[in-house]
Design a protein around this ligand. Structure first.
Ligand SMILES: Cc1cc2nc3c(=O)[nH]c(=O)nc-3n(C[C@H](O)[C@H](O)[C@H](O)COP(=O)(O)O)c2cc1C
Length: 186
């Protein structure tokens, strides 16, 4: 399995009130690849480990931590391992286009889509809506980090979960549920 070690995340020093004020959905991204610090910071913001017991920047239903971010880029799909701060490749195919039901041009050219993937085995003791709430909080963390770094980002839910799961080469108990597409603003 191909692995990429990530750089340490940036210290985000924009005041929280300002980041909340600036948060917007912006779909006008450049095609240029995000730099490694920005990617690592977005991933830390939505799933970084912040305590010795493994708790994260975001809450999770029943503390199951059943939602994990994956990254779609031109060079494939990658699972974020927060403990090791690395990406593990699940396919080397560019599957960004499969992550939309109708926004093909925009989604295909935006450099990064973060996919929030629910582990249905891990979450089976929770209410079915729990993982969606988890993913929503992770999406908002991405929005705030993007605002603090001056990036253009948008949460998206219009896509075929099963088609994307297959394209990303994921096991059946793993379900992509929400996405965050991000890049440098035009
Ligand atoms: C659950 C959810 C699903 C969404 N799905 C999409 C989507 O598929 N495509 C898209 O372009 N925007 C999507 N959005 C973004 C909304 O269109 C956006 O948040 C809304 O227009 C308000 O704009 P703002 O985020 O700038 O306040 C979604 C937002 C949420 C919360």
């Amino acid at each position: 399995m191909k692995t990429i070690e990530l750089k340490p995340h940036l210290q985000l020093d924009m005041a929280l009130g300002q980041a909340l004020q600036k948060r917007r959905s912006n779909r006008d991204c450049q095609t240029e690849q995000l730099n490694e610090e920005a990617l690592s910071t977005l991933l830390w913001a939505c799933a970084g480990i912040t305590d010795e017991d493994g708790r994260r920047t975001v809450p999770s239903t029943l503390d199951l931590r059943a939602v994990t971010p994956y990254v779609l880029r031109a060079d494939g799909a990658w699972r974020y391992d927060a403990a090791k701060n690395c990406l593990e490749q699940t396919t080397d195919k560019d599957v960004r286009e499969v992550s939309t039901a109708y926004q093909f041009d925009y989604v295909k050219t935006a450099p990064v889509t973060i996919v929030f993937v629910a582990d249905k085995e891990r979450s089976k003791t929770a209410r079915p809506t729990g993982v969606y709430v988890d993913a929503g909080t992770m999406g908002q963390s991405c929005y705030l980090a993007a605002a603090a770094m001056g990036l253009a980002g948008c949460i998206r839910a219009s896509f075929d979960h099963e088609e994307l799961r297959k394209a990303m080469n994921l096991a059946e108990h793993l379900e992509p549920i929400v996405l965050f597409t991000v890049g440098y603003p035009k």
